[in-house]
Design a protein around this ligand. Structure first.
Ligand SMILES: N[C@@H](CCC(=O)N[C@@H](CS)C(=O)NCC(=O)O)C(=O)O
Length: 202
């Protein structure tokens, strides 16, 4: 498999999942700024949507959208326990979290990275994110991970987007359960391996 990624972008989430699962894959850098690969290939010819992540399977099929990719990956190695079996209530809870991270967090961060967004607009999204993190802080009280005691795919996605808070000025430093979650995640070997491979850690 190939994972098209950009350092520190939302593609870090499937990257973490691949490392946690120990599946063989080739990381391929795709710039979110130039939309080109290192060899100059136009990334739009690979993913017409132009964004990362994109997973290319061994049979050549290409799968986009982070929440779909992490579920696909975790389903390849069910014994690792990163996703609940399809049709069970825990699976729907994981999809519920993936959707929350995607639509309530990830896509509220996006305007904060957009130089065309005026400061007043950014303030609206910072406030919105702060509210979502206050909810998350309550949810994480007494839990190591989103699903309870064990790490699963929505945790990789939550960790990935929450790393952006300090970059774009969303102050969540006082939310102790969110901070404890981030510390716990950062200590995982799979997370460290993905971050090192992306040049985010020495
Ligand atoms: N709906 C997509 C969104 C992915 C996305 O927002 N990717 C960003 C990086 S975090 C990107 O590649 N932006 C560059 C672009 O849109 O051209 C998903 O959930 O996978």
């Amino acid at each position: 498999m190939k994972l098209y990624y950009s350092p520190g972008a939302c593609s870090l989430s499937p990257h973490i999942v691949l490392r946690e699962l120990g599946l063989p894959f080739e990381p391929v850098l795709a710039s979110t700024k130039t939309h080109k690969l290192a060899d100059g290939t136009d990334y739009y010819t690979i993913n017409p949507k132009g964004y990362v992540p994109l997973l290319e399977l061994d049979d050549g099929q290409r799968l986009s959208e982070g929440p779909a990719i992490v579920q696909y990956l975790a389903d390849q190695a069910p014994a690792k326990g990163l996703i609940a079996p399809a049709g069970t209530m825990p699976r729907y809870r994981q999809i519920e979290w993936l959707n929350f991270v995607s639509t309530e967090l990830h896509k509220s961060y996006s305007p904060l990275f957009n130089p065309a967004m005026p400061e007043e607009g950014k303030a609206v999204f910072r406030k919105r994110l702060r509210g979502r993190y206050e909810y998350l802080n309550q949810q994480l009280e007494g839990r190591s991970f989103l699903m309870g005691d064990s790490f699963s795919v929505p945790d990789a996605y939550l960790f990935t987007v929450t790393n952006w808070a300090k970059v774009v000025g969303v102050d969540i430093t006082d939310l102790q359960h969110v901070q404890a979650f981030m510390t716990r995640m950062a200590a995982r070997p799979g997370v460290q391996a993905a971050m090192k491979a992306e040049g985010l850690l020495k």
